[in-house]
Design a protein around this ligand. Structure first.
Ligand code: DGT
Ligand code: CA
Ligand code: CA
Ligand code: ZN
Length: 575
């Protein structure tokens, strides 16, 4: 069984135990083990084989046995028992922002609440406010939370969708009858969250391929099964649609099923205006159909430059393609380094040296370390003394690297409730750069929160604002905030705003990226990595940047190490 899946099972077990009112230490053990699994430096099977898994902190003896059993057999009796004894609706209630296992247990014990519908009924009839430890404010929050869950529905994170689709697309491509295959839909457009997976292939006899697809081990149930298409539910509950076409239709189908729907409609209108008709199988006019082997040819046939999937939202891309004014979008290789990464000095899982090695392994020229500041007690925030000690270690490491690589000294400095920073100015001046983020007092009014961030975005000691809205995709909305006012303040003072590339955040989002860029705000892409593997999240940031129409020049960390050093010096001299 896949490591990420095992981690999810352990997490779920910890949660179910919490809902059952188990001893908190026992519950924690599961969550800690799950986290350790997600941060493993090597393949799980490898680490079991050579005995290293036993040494991993956070994995005790009994937990070790459970992990080995899941990895080798895919089964765990304790997990099955827990699932049987816990009403399934209760775990789903965790998706309601503000409801934790303790509250869910209380609601179940006191009001017999087992489902989202039960919860809504109880809140609407004011039964929750009357419960001990709840009150009117909590009840109102729960109603808001239910609306949030209904809005996000069954969507999944882009990162999750990518993990699911990768082995399936490989299997489809591996079929001997398949000529071409791609995933389409919102995932190809690199949307923040994904409703279902869409896979397209071309073959002379699609039926054989479809029959093989519905028998893949990932498929839990078949929803529909015809000669050219099938819909299935995967083991994770996610829906996956597969369609087969003839190879001559592939470009049209690829374009159609990539969407977005709004983009498709605009393209069809354009075809009609030129006396043509466009659908998922063909572009035709005056009794003849126009051959297109690729999407490039399809766009060309309609008088357009190639529009990358990330831009296909009917947000001006067709007009820009017609005028030859599409941006030359940033690409993964353009990134030369990154900022906002954590180490075990605060809440990261790896040492400075390990993180630096991981950055070099990925071809980066520099790595910015930004551990938490002193107020962030929950995340091991650094005291002033610890900051200075970390600088000494960074200096020593840098001396060992030579000129090809460098660690930059940064901090992820808390923005306090009044908008001031968590360290004194003298200390801030000693960093190469400062990421300023909100990690506390989320409940401020919109006016207060805006004033707080505007103040930080106007502070000359701030290099960039971190995860500006604080949202967690599919888990909680950002705090109340006038983000455009923050962008304006940043533009005026020359402060940057990051794209936090962690797939749970993607914050700035693409539309605000585009606005910030238009106003002249520089936008670094940061992984917020807490482990070596976290650096790979940069790719999700590239997706946001492309959806936000960003070119290489709009992203700070496309500068080479040499240019970056110069630019930092100039900034520090406030030129
Ligand atoms: P999702 O699954 O909610 O994350 O979003 P999509 O964009 O993947 O949507 P989906 O799976 O319903 O459909 C895939 C693509 O098929 C969609 O992006 C555009 C195309 N499509 C679906 N329905 C329509 C439609 O009614 N009209 C047009 N023009 N295109 C459609
Ligand atoms: Ca879809
Ligand atoms: Ca679909
Ligand atoms: Zn943060």
């Amino acid at each position: 069984m896949e490591t990420a899946r095992i981690a999810r099972i352990l997490d779920e077990m910890g949660t179910m135990l919490e809902i059952n009112g188990e001893n908190p230490f026992r519950c924690r053990a599961y969550h800690t083990a799950a986290q350790s699994l997600n941060n493993l430096p090597d393949e799980l099977t490898e680490m079991i084989a050579d005995g290293r898994l036993k040494e991993v902190p956070g994995i005790g003896e009994t937990m070790y046995a459970k992990i080995v059993q899941l990895a080798t057999t895919g089964q765990l009796a304790a997990y099955d028992d827990l699932r049987r004894s816990t009403p399934p609706g209760l775990v789903a209630l965790l998706r309601v922002p503000g409801l934790g296992p303790k509250k869910i247990k209380a609601l179940h014990d006191e009001l017999k609440i087992e489902t989202l519908a039960d919860l809504r009924a109880a809140a609407e009839s004011r039964k929750i406010a009357a419960l001990k430890g709840f009150g009117e404010k909590t009840e109102a929050k729960i109603l808001e939370g239910i609306a949030f869950v209904e809005k996000t529905g069954d969507r999944i994170l882009q990162s999750h969708a990518l993990r699911l689709v990768t082995p399936i697309i490989e299997a489809v491509r591996g079929h001997s009858k398949v000529i071409r295959a791609e995933y389409c839909g919102s995932l190809r457009r690199r949307a923040e969250t994904i409703g279902d997976l869409d896979i397209l292939f071309s073959a002379k006899q699609p039926e054989e391929v479809i029959d093989a697809f519905v028998k893949l081990p990932q498929v839990a149930s078949v929803l529909a099964h015809g000669p050219t298409k099938a819909s299935v539910r995967l083991a994770d509950g996610v829906q996956c649609d597969l369609r087969g076409v003839e190879d001559s239709q592939f470009a049209f189908a690829l374009h159609y099923f990539t969407g977005s729907k709004a983009h498709n409609i605009a393209m069809r209108k354009r075809a009609i205006a030129r006396g043509l008709s466009l659908n998922e199988y063909a572009l035709a006019g005056e009794g003849r159909s126009i051959k297109c082997h690729t999407e490039e040819e399809l766009f060309e046939a309609l008088g357009l430059a190639y529009i990358p999937p990330e831009l296909r939202e009917d947000a001006g891309e067709i007009e820009a393609a017609e005028a030859g004014k599409l941006p030359k979008l940033i690409e993964s290789d353009d990134l030369k380094g990154t900022f906002h990464c954590h180490t075990d000095w605060s809440d990261g899982a790896a040492t400075l040296a390990e993180m630096a090695q991981a950055a070099r392994d990925r071809g980066l020229q520099y790595l910015g370390i930004a551990d938490h500041s002193r107020s962030a007690g929950y995340a091991g925030g650094l005291s002033i003394e610890r900051v200075r000690a970390q600088w000494a270690e960074i200096d020593a490491l840098n001396a060992s690297f030579g000129s090809g690589f460098r660690i930059f000294k940064g901090t992820e400095c808390d923005i306090l409730a009044d908008g001031s920073l968590d360290y004194p100015d003298e200390l801030l001046d000693g960093f190469d750069y400062v990421v300023a983020s909100v990690h506390s007092s989320f409940g401020l009014s919109r006016e207060q929160m805006t004033a707080r961030l505007v103040r930080a975005a106007s502070n000359p000691r701030v290099t960039m604002i971190g995860h500006p809205t604080g949202r967690l995709l599919l888990a909680r909305d950002g705090y109340a905030l006038d983000l455009d006012a923050v962008i304006d303040a940043a533009a005026k003072s020359g402060v940057m705003i990051e794209i936090n590339a962690n797939p749970h955040r993607l914050d700035l989002d693409a539309p605000h990226c585009r606005r910030a860029k238009d106003k002249g705000v520089l936008i670094p892409i940061n992984p917020d990595a807490h482990s070596p593997g976290g650096l790979d999240d940069l790719e999700f940031g590239i997706g946001v940047a492309r959806r936000g129409w960003l070119e290489k020049a709009h992203v700070w960390n496309t500068l080479t190490l040499r240019s970056m050093v110069k630019h930092m010096d100039r900034r520090q001299r406030r030129e």
